[in-house]
Design a protein around this ligand. Sequence first.
Ligand SMILES: Cc1ncc(COP(=O)(O)O)c(C=O)c1O
Length: 387
Amino acid sequence: MNACITAELKKLKDTGLERRLRAIAGPTGPRGVINGNPALILCSNDYLGLANDPEMKRAAIEAVEKFGAGAGASRLVSGTMEPHAQLEGRIKAFMDAPAALVFNSGYHANLACITALAGRSTDIFSDRLNHASIVDACVMSRANIRRYPNGGIQALEGALKRSTAAEKLIITEGVFSMDGTLARLDEIIPLLDRYNAMLLLDDAHALGVMGKGGRGTLEHFNIKRHPSIIQVGTLGKAAGSFGAFAVAGEDVIELLVSKARPFIYTTALPPSVCAASAKAFDIFEQRPGLRERLWRNVSQFKAGLRLSGISFMDSGSQIIPIIIGSSGEAVRISGELLEKGVFIQAIRPPTVPENTARLRVTLSAAHTEGDIAYGLSAIKEVFKGRK
Ligand SMILES: Cc1ncc(COP(=O)(O)O)c(C=O)c1O
């Protein structure tokens, strides 16, 4: 093997940063089978349990029968089929936005929007905890990148004040993926007019769960859609499917169609995926009980941790991190939990900052009260004796 690769792999192993794929048998859901043993899954982003929902599956199967397995080309060639157009119409209506565009993943969506909207003459103001896809997109855009401390509104405003750039783009996640905390949108949005800036709001972990109707963090904060906001949502998390979208003004969407390379140069999503995604928006509207169930589970879980004296980040969302610190220790604890039939993946740098390796617990509406109690008892046992 190439010596550099061997050395790099050894370094990853020695620092506890080696990553391994783990196959889960059975459908996506709150429980699965890992290495032949049943396990409670407490680290999926299928927050409403829609990935294996019968209505979702039926929508996908019917679309396969009607439209086939693949789109056959990129959206701008011959890949825009009825289900793509229908999904965009459904998203636009649900999000109450002027226009919508679907992308092949959240990663694509962030690359597409940021590289199309920002260039050498742009100052980007990016929260330090923003997702890797945002970080990569900022670099690709060739814009000047000004990173501000997580949630640091004063620092953000200071940087905006100092900026002399022709265009200014603020980027934040609505719900931070690894901390579960919410961006202070009520304080960020007023900066848009004050400094003539745009905002890319990545609501990957907010769609379907945040806000009374599941429309994300703008709805959560009761903030009206501002013309300078591009809101990104992913379809592979609470929507239980795959893909992503941006909603924004018609001019922004028109620009993305003509300019966004990660939209232009890739085969369109399979029609069945679009049909399942469209069904998810029906379910968001028709089954508000799923969100209620999710928040009940979150309350039960947090109360249980408190009772056991286990410290956790009280994030305000369905993402509840238990910070461990050392990567090796986080992996060890995750392994012990798995032996007890509970799967919580250890999240390590560079996904999270150095010395903040963690168990990122995520809950779903599909978890039962019994599931939560079982998860809590396993965590309590593994954490016995730990401060
Ligand atoms: C905040 C955030 N943005 C974007 C993405 C990428 O979304 P997708 O998984 O659809 O590529 C993720 C998912 O990991 C995320 O957490």
